[in-house]
Structures are given as structure tokens and as C-alpha cells.
Design a protein around this ligand. Sequence first.
Ligand code: GYE
Length: 370
Amino acid sequence: MKKKLAVLLAGTMVMASLVGCGGNDAAPATNDAPAAEPAAAEEDTAELEEEVEAEAPADDAEEAPAASGDVISVGFAQVGHESDWRAANTQNYQDTFSAANGYELAFVDADNDNAVQLEAVRGFIQQEVDYICIAPIETAGWDTVLQEAQDAGIPVLIVDRSVDADPSLYETQIGCDMIAEGEMAGNWLAEYLDGAEAKILSIEGSVGASATLGRTEGFNNIVAQHSEWEVLDSQSGDFTQAGGQEVMESYIKSYSDFNVVVCQNDNEAYGAMDAMDAAGITYGVDGDVIIISYDATHDGLQYTLDGKINCDIECNPLQAEFAADVIQKLQAGQAIDAQTIVKDQAFVAPGITSSMATTMTQEVLDGRAY
Ligand code: GYE
């Protein structure tokens, strides 16, 4: 392998740490990963199910480098720490790319700052890491630095979100299908409302993020099929609880008549619920306002089980196994898929029956790995 990682990234980076050098108490998330399933993007769902078995990253694959004595260095330029989803995703990378599994991980939390994230990637290039994983804050602005990585001979994996750069500049993209998630939310709402009117307020994620763009596009695809629906407003809550609360407070001042709030992640939903509580607005299965959320993190699903969130669209954060699988294949000189889609499902509150979603129970919640 190339040089060992030498130093922590310095300068403006908000948080940089080498992990894998010390003990890692957390059990590898790989062992109890939930329904996350890798598959080639182009294929249909039936084929996906089959490929899962064939392609699911095996635990022993991750042990290979340690067994052979080769340490693989990986730089991971993470978005930040804006949400519970992100925390679970970071933990999953740190558990998977551990010293015990034969990796040396350089981790940078870019705190949702594009400039910091670009600098992190340039730092990894300077350190001559073996692989770079980027969870891109925004889709735009990646061509130059990806070209720099390619010129340096360092393979790049685009993870979680996507970029609008030339695909020949990176090896693969791994993540959830954000447009499909948005369509799932819209299709569930159509089933639930069954022809009734909707006055919708949307709290979007971070501006320019593929998760935001995709979920918005997908949901709007379904809105376009329903003349009885109206999107009153759509503003960014930046994927944070504070952002969700702030946007909802301002919506409550501007709109007196709405019956659906779509939050593009669970943390925004918590903030929106706080704002509605303060204003005496009821929501959930027994309330006046339908809440749709995304992520299906533990707390989001607890609120769904409690009937506060009507429908929560999953986005599985346990994706590091797929990145490790790609790296192992590249190490072995094997072909890799250009894209891996991590599968999602929808969850609904007790009392709601849906042809396209799982009704929450305590058992379902207890069976979740994050
Ligand atoms: O939904 C949100 C996080 O990119 C899919 O980013 C991810 C999103 C996730 O901040 O909670």
C-alpha cells in the first residue's frame, strides 16, 4: 500500500481524526445491518432482490487486508453532523473502516461547508491515501478536485449523495435513490388521502444537496398527478432540527390553512412538531396535520409508532459495508458496479394500513439496527 497517513489534517478543517488506531468497542455494524441491500441501479426490483445475496458484502472480505498484513488507507470527507442520520452514517464508517478490519481511516467532518470539504479531499490527495470516499454536501463543483484525485491515481467513491460531475472522474456512487424516496412519499400520500384535498407545506433539506433535489423532484412528480393538491410553500430547513422549527414557525405565521407538512428528514420533523406544539396545532394520526418525514432513524420511527409522524420514508445510513466491498473488489482487480442503490422502505403509524408501507410496531422498532 501507499504511504501511511502521517498527520491529522490541519487548518480550517472543523474536525479531523484518525480512527482505527485504537480500540473500537462498538460491534461492527456490518453484522447486524438491517434491510440495506446493494444492487446495480439499472436493474428492476425483482433482480435487486436476487443480487443482494450475491453481492452483499461479506464480513470475511473486510478481514482480508488485515489477514494479509496490508493496511488500506481511506480518507472520508463527510458532510457534517447535522442529523441523527449523519451520526449513524459516520459511526458506521468508523466501525467498518477500523484497524481490526485492516483499514486506516482519515475522517473529516466538513460541517456542511463546501470549502472545507474540498480542502479535505485535497488533504487526502496530498497524504496519498489509497482511496477517497466523498459524501458530497452539494452536487455541484466537483470536477476540478476529482480530476486532481484522478491525476494522482487515487480512486474516489462518491457515497450517500451524488455529484453532477463526469462519472469517468470517480469509480462508483453508493447511496439511496432520492427521487424514488420522494415518489414513495407522494404515492403514500395519494393512497392515504384517497382523492381528498391537500394543502402542503414542504421543509426541504440543505440547498443543492442531491438528497434535497431528488426528494423534491420525486415528490413533485406525484404532486403533478393530483390537481386536488397544492404545494403552498417549500423552503430549506437545512436538515437540522433548529432549521425545521424555524421554517415551521414562519409557515405558521404565513399560512392558516394547511393539512400536510413534508419534512425532508427526521430532525426537521422534530423541529416542526415543536413549532406546531407551541402554536396549538395538532398533527399525526389523531391530529389535523399529516406529517411525512424521511430517514426512519430510531427516534423518527418512535414518533411514527407513537402516531405523531404519519409516514416515515427510510434512507438507510448503514452504507459503509458497500464502500468496503467496492474497495475490496478494486484491491482484487475485480469489476465493480458503477452505482449501488441502497434500498428503502416506508413505515406508517399504527392505525394506518398501506399497500406500500410497513405499519409500525414495537417489534419493528426493536429490530432496527440504528
Ligand atoms: O436524509 C439527512 C442528512 O444525505 C441522505 O443527509 C442524506 C441526508 C439525510 O442530513 O438526515
